[in-house]
Design a protein around this ligand. Structure first.
Ligand code: GDP
Length: 459
């Protein structure tokens, strides 16, 4: 049978829950000395859902001085072999420091966690329920072991984790669980890279695309804003490092522009083009003109790309005719770091669409940054970093009251999006938030991709 282990600090009602789930079969409780000395096993039947329930209540009878340390040991030991952990807190008492400590251990385990707020009968448990959200295990199951309330919700919460692990196949006719956690499709670094080349008129976008394609498919000319016909071009890039072809879909922004529109306001239109390209692209290369450097308009486009959460790279084109290349490069680097508040260290490359210089490096960098943009950090590693970051630089205490940061989780990829839980978060200074975002970027390998951080307080 699948194994469900009950975890929680003393007095949250673990034994009552255990008895409630095992019912009359209490006689099956295993009281043998040895490994199982401080655990009880029982056969549970929850509205037809059958599993072995394991109670760890015995811990608390041991030396109470070292409770947190012992709980950690016990938690780790007992999680081995379990299919789901039922993490129980006391809704009336709210989330205590020991609960938080246990939550931290549980986060680093690979076992699914179902959070239960026990003693939730009546209204007295409501504040604790909201508090429990902040533990980051999703919505807590409101339960009353004493009164047997919440059995249906517990059933719904456990079912996705239990069905499918059951090797008795007598419940084959049960439809697949609907609330089952959707696994995000895993990112394949060799999937088609959707790459847009944007930039001001005459930066050399079409020339660059032609060079990449090795054919004169697009029109180019000295005349700004000349029209083209393509929007997306599927193509294989030969990667000289891996000596393999890698699929790329190039998005030609200028090609999206209707001929009739190309009358005036080219400056404005390059921004509009970028906006449209962003919808299609994973990675956006902003092409600069070496003979002009970084202009205000370029920063505007760059900001737009980052605001939309796309991976951004900057390529200085026409490098073959650049005067004083190193001064130009350093000048653009400095202007970027100053002008783009959101992301420091956006990849900057020098290319020549005419000679082909730097183009393979540009593609290599584009595949790399897409991987960073698509990356997911396990919650355990994330919170290890988080704890260190808070220890190294504790959050401030405006008005003498400390802002409490509890826990962080990566909610999404592409772009990497994080949710941080805590209290008094409305007081968190922007500088501290930036400290955390830069830490995520630097320490967890997100490079220079835009990162989203949402703050959440229990209400
Ligand atoms: P677009 O408006 O961004 O598509 O720019 P085009 O590709 O039409 O190029 C504008 C002008 O810049 C053309 O005259 C190109 O020949 C020229 N050009 C583009 N790339 C390079 C380059 O790498 N080096 C030099 N010297 N000229 C370039």
């Amino acid at each position: 049978l699948p194994q469900v282990i009950i975890i929680g600090r003393p007095n949250v009602g673990k034994s009552t829950l255990f008895n409630r789930l095992v019912g009359k079969k209490l006689a099956l409780v295993d009281d043998q000395p040895g490994v199982t000395r401080d655990r009880r096993f029982g056969d549970a039947d929850l509205l037809g859902l059958k599993f072995t329930i394991v109670d760890t209540a015995g811990w608390e009878d041991l030396d109470p001085e070292t409770l947190p340390g012992r709980m950690r040991q016990q938690t780790e030991a007992s999680l081995v072999g379990a299919d789901v952990a039922l993490f129980v807190i006391d809704a009336r008492a709210g989330v205590t420091p020991l609960d938080e400590e246990i939550a931290r251990y549980l986060r680093s385990s690979r076992i699914p966690i179902v959070l239960m707020a026990n003693k939730a009968e009546g209204r007295a448990g409501d504040p604790g329920l909201y508090d429990a959200f902040a533990l980051g295990f999703g919505e807590p199951v409101a339960f009353s072991a004493e009164h047997g309330q919440g059995l249906a919700d517990l059933f719904e919460a456990l079912r996705p984790h239990i069905e499918g692990t059951d090797d008795d196949d007598d419940d084959d006719d049960v439809p697949p669980p609907e609330g089952a956690e959707e696994e995000e499709e895993e990112f394949d670094p060799e999937s088609v890279l959707k790459l847009a080349i944007v930039g001001r008129p005459n930066a050399g976008k079409s020339t660059l695309i032609n060079k990449l394609l090795g054919e004169n498919r697009l029109l180019t000319g000295p005349e700004a804003g000349i029209t083209r016909d393509s929007i997306a071009i599927d193509w294989q890039w030969f990667d000289p490092t891996s000596e393999a072809y890698r699929p790329v879909r190039l998005i030609d922004t200028a090609g999206m522009r209707k001929k009739a529109q190309v009358v005036e306001k080219l400056e404005k239109m390059s921004v509009a083009d970028a906006r449209r390209a962003i919808d299609f692209a994973e990675v956006v290369v902003l092409l600069l003109d070496a003979t002009r450097g970084l202009e205000h308009q370029d920063l505007k486009i760059a900001s737009l790309v980052l605001e939309e959460g796309r991976a951004l790279m900057i390529a200085i084109n026409k490098w073959d005719v650049a005067e004083d290349p190193s001064a130009l490069f350093n000048g653009v680097r400095a202007a970027l770091d100053e002008g783009l508040a959101q992301v420091r260290g956006v990849p900057l490359l020098a290319v020549s669409a005419r000679t082909g210089k730097g183009l393979d490096q540009m593609l290599t960098a584009a595949f790399d940054i897409r991987s960073a943009w698509s990356k997911r950090v396990p919650t355990s590693a994330l919170n290890r970093w988080f704890d260190d970051a808070l220890a190294a630089n504790p959050p401030p205490a405006p008005g003498g009251k400390r802002i409490k940061l509890r826990y962080i989780t990566q909610a999404r990829t592409r772009p990497p999006s994080f949710v941080m839980f805590g209290t008094r978060l409305d007081q968190l200074p922007e500088s501290y938030r930036r400290y955390l975002v830069n830490g995520i970027r630097r320490e967890l390998g997100f490079d220079a991709v835009p990162i989203r951080l949402t703050l959440r307080s229990p209400t």
